[in-house]
Design a protein around this ligand. Structure first.
Ligand code: NAP
Length: 349
């Protein structure tokens, strides 16, 4: 790509927004042109607005940008908009940007389940990208919204895709152990989470159950997999671990599941997109892996590490552990790879 595409980040000062800024600082196709956040940050330099939280890895160019209001009138003329806004704000602001003609890549839950909004996990359902054309027609606008899944769902659906493809999923049970960065900044109070596990994350289980079926379904109708989730906050910084139990329509063995997962590749790998990891899934053979501290950054945070694949007597299927980076595969990295896919497929000129 000769000229880099200009990208703005909405909600740039938050936990996810800072990860967007970091990943964009060395991106071969995209360059950061503006950062937007709430009234609290508007007018400050990005370095000042992120304070002690904004480290060197954000880059000097980004740290000297002025934070602007999150509106189509204030961000210049970007080619791509990345949104890391809270859902209650994203709902209207993302619509405003799409109506003004911008392609919006959203991390918020606001539009994930909307008809004609692709809920895209790029290796899992890349063909859903085509929905943006229908969205533009129906909404009579040049811009569009592409959502990426909730962090837990992004990790789960990537691990499930090769199983669904080969054996057909019938039932999935998942129990998550989710890092505190998943709650944003400042997130969960330290007094609540240190030396503790909180067995409740508001709305998370319903999101995992519905989003998984939208992603693993066709472009127009969700899959009919019975999905049951139990979600828990644990005192790790980054990385969600999930204990997954799956029953399939055709017979499955741990060995064949491991083989299909390890061999799994998809369109982003074939197109050699810059953010696509060489291996979307890595299967660990050690009895005590994956572990959050050791494996969370695998593939630059874009790879899901799977281990302990074994037979499950309960569902008469298999069970395994999956680990992924909530801010990268589960957020900014997934969104950036979605944008690369839409550029490569010429949905963005
Ligand atoms: N954290 C994760 O692992 C994760 C994973 C997947 C999806 N998500 C989703 O990503 C989004 C961002 O999450 P986060 O964890 O980064 O949250 P966060 O740390 O709380 O950051 C929120 C960001 O939104 C900005 N903001 C708040 N109100 C605003 C307003 N009225 N107008 C403009 N900007 C506003 C904040 O700016 P100020 O700093 O100026 O207040 C900040 O930049 C959420 O929708 C979340 O559900 C998060």
């Amino acid at each position: 790509m000769t000229t880099k595409k200009k990208a703005v980040v909405l909600g740039a000062t938050g936990m996810m927004g800072q990860r967007f800024v970091q990943l964009l600082s060395s991106h071969p196709w995209f360059e950061l042109s503006a950062v937007a956040a709430s009234d609290k940050s508007v007018g400050k330099s990005y370095g000042e607005a992120t304070g002690a939280n904004g480290g060197k890895e954000l880059g000097d160019t980004a740290r000297s940008l002025r934070v602007v209001e999150a509106s189509p009138r204030t961000v210049g003329d970007p080619d791509i908009v990345f949104s890391a806004l809270p859902a209650e704000v994203a709902s209207q602001v993302e619509e405003d940007f799409a109506t003004a003609g911008f392609p919006v890549f959203s991390n918020a839950s606001s539009h994930r389940m909307d008809n004609y909004v692709p809920l895209l996990n790029p290796e899992v359902n890349p063909e859903h990208a085509g929905l943006v054309e229908e969205q533009k027609r129906r909404m009579k606008r040049d811009g569009f919204i592409v959502a990426n899944p909730n962090c837990t769902t992004a990790i789960l659906t990537l691990s499930l895709k090769p199983l669904d493809q080969e054996f057909g999923l019938e039932t999935v049970i998942v129990s998550s152990m989710q890092a505190i960065s998943g709650a944003g900044y400042p997130g969960v109070a330290s007094f609540d989470i240190l030396e503790n596990v909180i067995p409740f994350i508001r709305n998370e289980e319903a999101k995992v159950e519905s989003e998984t079926n939208k992603i693993l379904g066709t472009m127009t109708s969700p899959a009919a997999i019975t999905v049951s989730a139990s979600c828990h906050r644990v005192p790790t910084i980054n990385g969600h671990i999930e204990a997954v139990f799956a029953r399939t329509r055709s017979p499955i063995t741990p060995e064949r599941a491991a083989e299909k997962m390890a061999d799994f590749q998809s369109i982003p790998q074939r197109l050699k997109l810059p953010t696509a990891p060489a291996h979307p899934i890595i299967v660990r053979k050690e009895e005590d892996r994956p572990q959050t501290r050791l494996d969370v950054d695998e593939g630059g945070g874009m790879t899901v590490s799977v281990g302990r694949i074994r037979a499950d007597p309960g569902l008469k299927g298999i069970k395994y552990i999956a680990l992924g980076h909530n801010l990268v595969r589960g957020g900014a990295g997934c969104s950036i790879l979605n944008a690369e896919l839409l550029v490569a497929k010429k949905y963005i000129q």
